[in-house]
Write a protein that binds this ligand. Structure first.
Ligand code: ZN
Ligand code: ZN
Length: 159
């Protein structure tokens, strides 16, 4: 089995040089979000980070993380694609005595926090009619307005 790629920082090299920019992608499988019904990764997740050694010996990593997803709208059930991002990822790590640092888990957690609990296909999605199930974004359905007398009410009176 192939070893999955990880997001690692060469701390030893950082000690000798300038801050480094890390840009790249990681396999979607590393995110481990197969269990969400309404959101699935639609491709690799991307990172664009700058890593710096601070004078105190800690490592600062900051930048952007994002993942393209295939979603199901929590209101109307439509499929849609969206990219969710953490634009202000910023973490420090104690790297005393370490020559390399694995940022994968920290970055993974930051991405998971950027995913919405209820993905919505668009601002103001109207959802579906609770009676007939029509997608109200495509037009009004033929159900009577709430408050109209129910057809069943008349039948009840007959019995
Ligand atoms: Zn929707
Ligand atoms: Zn309806």
């Amino acid at each position: 089995m192939e070893t999955p790629a990880r997001l690692t920082v060469d701390v030893a090299r950082l000690r000798e040089g300038e801050p480094e920019r890390l840009r790249g992608t990681l396999p979607a499988a590393l995110l481990g979000i197969d269990d969400l019904e309404q959101i699935r990764p639609a491709g690799d997740w991307r990172h664009d980070l700058t890593v710096t050694l601070l004078p105190g010996g800690e490592l600062l990593a900051r930048g952007t993380l994002e993942v393209p997803c295939a979603c199901v709208c929590a209101r109307c059930g439509a499929d849609f694609g969206a990219t969710f991002a953490e634009p202000d990822y910023c973490e420090t790590f104690d790297v005393a005595g370490k020559d390399s640092l694995d940022l994968t888990e920290s970055a993974r957690e930051a991405i998971l926090l950027a995913l919405p609990s209820y993905p919505i296909c668009r601002e103001g999605c109207l959802g579906v009619c609770p009676r007939c199930g029509q997608n109200l974004n495509e037009g009004p359905c033929k159900c009577p307005e709430a408050g109209d007398p129910s057809p069943w009410g008349a039948l009840d009176e007959l019995s």
